[in-house]
Ligand binder design. Structure first.
Ligand code: GRF
Length: 197
């Protein structure tokens, strides 16, 4: 059995990429990250990938701030296929994935979201939870479908909300759990797909 080959897409700091890399290094996860792509040219996730010796590329969306043009998605799908990617991991990727990528990687794209889905899909889910006055939130790893944060749930972790929490403290506490469950979820998916775990 061979190790699963992962492509990661992200727009930000890449702490979840780092968590996957750390889990691989410490033998908690049998996997190889073979390509990292970001739509933000100076995103820290690209630097983290380069530091780890992983090919890292900027996705040029031609000035589109939020849209992910179909031609660009086609290019991304081609790059992932060329790299021999088995599983696509979204880690803070801020554009909606559509058919060219979804079709090529059907049931093989997963995402980490900072709430207990189906609660608080969309942007700044930790802030949504604070504004709603709930006492507990968390994070979810789920399969990606055409919707926004709507695919089948793979793994979740709960996080308490303290009375003195602000956006920063709550997001940090959620991220600590993200870094634990994302590698575990990849392991579950890899096992389900018949790769070494
Ligand atoms: C995480 O909080 C994740 O849940 C959300 O975006 C953030 C990405 O953080 N989708 P990082 O770039 O992995 O540090």
């Amino acid at each position: 059995m061979r190790k699963i080959r992962i492509g990661v897409l992200g727009s930000g700091s890449g702490s979840n990429l780092q968590a996957l890399l750390d889990a691989i290094r410490s033998d908690l996860l049998q996997a190889e990250i073979v390509l990292v792509l970001s739509d933000v040219a100076d995103a820290r996730i690209l630097q983290r990938a380069k530091d780890a010796g992983i090919p890292a590329e900027w996705i040029d969306c031609f000035g589109n701030k939020n849209r992910f043009p179909e031609a660009v998605q086609q290019h991304v799908a081609d790059r992932l296929v060329d790299a021999g990617v088995d599983l696509v991991c979204l880690a803070g990727f801020m554009r909606l994935i559509k058919s060219p990528i979804l079709q090529r990687f059907s049931e093989r794209i997963i995402n980490i979201h900072p709430s207990l889905l189906p609660h608080f899909p969309g942007l700044e889910a930790w802030k949504q939870a604070l504004d709603a006055g709930v006492t507990e939130t968390g994070c979810t790893v789920h399969f990606v479908d055409e919707g926004m944060d709507t695919g089948t749930v793979i793994l979740q972790a709960k996080v308490p909300i303290h009375s003195d929490d602000d956006s920063l403290s709550l997001h940090q506490r959620i991220q600590q759990q993200e870094h634990l469950i994302y590698p575990q979820a990849v392991r579950l998916v890899a096992a389900r797909l018949g790769f070494a775990v």
